[in-house]
Design a protein around this ligand. Structure first.
Ligand code: KIV
Length: 322
């Protein structure tokens, strides 16, 4: 990631602990990471191949991968170049984001707070997720499409979890699913992967637990918490996750974690040294009426632009004489 594309937090907008704890307790035995259900990594599939020359108008219109990235392709980007992910919830945004050349789109349960007017992601249902995932799929994205498993779906039974993942893939058209949670979910993740469902892990701040933890905050500022994050990350690696999202993890802890696990650690609010970054697109584009998290530097202010255009239209119509 070049300096000028780093989110604000990466330039130091959030506090860091003075002496970051090492998240490395005694290392458990590591099973080899399974990566079933993956295709071949395309050799030259990236916008990165295009780095180093100024973008032509054509590049700006579309920078799609020439070959659609697979989960294996994403996993193998680790150590080569930063992975880029963004959220989308509809076909229009799916197309724009895919054409910009992202490696993966996440249909996040953040649809609840960004589009559906909820205060948290908790009210989002599996039907919501299937509907929004299939909308993004219809944009024919040229990147990996990952769908979030919403609140509660992993907690009832493995059969319910499997059925929800089946719906996200068969009805929604997702290539992979994302589950919030660490070591407690590892056994289920292992069974999903064995069934043919690629899983993206998610550790650190888990927005679906916001009611239980009492608000959004950083994770990993105590040694205990850093070690717990390490155990979560290793458990998900051993269970077969092809990559892991680290949300709101102390930057220095995330850096150490990324260096200690084989799958890519994709950060959100977790500093610049993860193996990639994901953001909520509405935050990146300033398409929000409630402000954006402190670690985001918006690249546009679409809410302001829309507001100006809408007011102009209302004014123009009113000015017309009958
Ligand atoms: O739902 C979502 O958009 C997410 C990202 C914030 C990682 O989980």
């Amino acid at each position: 990631m070049s300096e000028d594309t780093k989110p604000k937090e990466e330039a130091g907008a959030t506090e860091e602990p003075k002496t970051p704890p090492s998240p490395k307790p005694a290392r458990r035995r590591r099973k080899p990471v399974r990566r079933e259900n993956t295709g071949d990594a395309p050799a030259e599939a990236t916008g990165v191949a295009r780095q180093g020359r100024s973008p032509s108008a054509r590049d700006r219109v579309t920078d799609r991968h020439e070959v659609k990235p697979t989960v294996r392709y994403l996993a193998e980007l680790k150590g080569k170049r930063p992975i880029v992910g963004l959220t989308a919830y509809d076909a229009i945004m799916g197309k724009l984001i895919s054409d910009a050349g992202v490696d993966f789109i996440l249909v996040g349960d953040s649809v609840g707070t960004t589009l559906l007017g909820y205060d948290t992601t908790i009210p989002v249902t599996i039907d919501d997720m299937v509907r929004h995932t299939s909308a993004v799929r219809r944009s024919d994205p040229g990147c990996l499409l990952v769908a979030d498993l919403p609140f509660g779906e992993a907690s009832m039974s493995f059969d319910r979890l499997l059925e929800s993942c089946r719906r996200l893939m068969q009805e929604g058209g997702a290539d992979a699913v994302k589950l919030e949670g660490g070591r407690d979910l590892a056994d289920d993740v292992e069974k999903l992967v064995a069934t043919g469902i690629p899983v993206l892990g998610h550790i650190g701040l888990l927005p679906q637990t916001v009611k239980a933890i009492g608000g959004y905050r950083k994770f990993g500022s105590s040694r205990e918490e850093a070690e717990s994050l390490y155990t979560d990350a290793i458990s998900l690696e051993e269970a077969g996750c092809f990559a892991i999202i680290a949300e709101m993890v102390e930057s220095k802890v995330a850096t150490v974690l990324a260096s200690q696990i084989t799958p890519p650690l994709v950060g959100i609010g977790s500093g610049p040294d993860c193996d990639g970054q994901i953001l909520v697109t509405q935050d990146l584009l300033g398409l929000t009426v409630k402000g954006v998290p402190s670690f985001v530097s918006p690249y546009a202010n679409l809410a302001r632009d829309a507001s100006v255009a809408l007011s102009r239209y209302v004014g123009d119509i009113r000015k017309k004489r009958k």
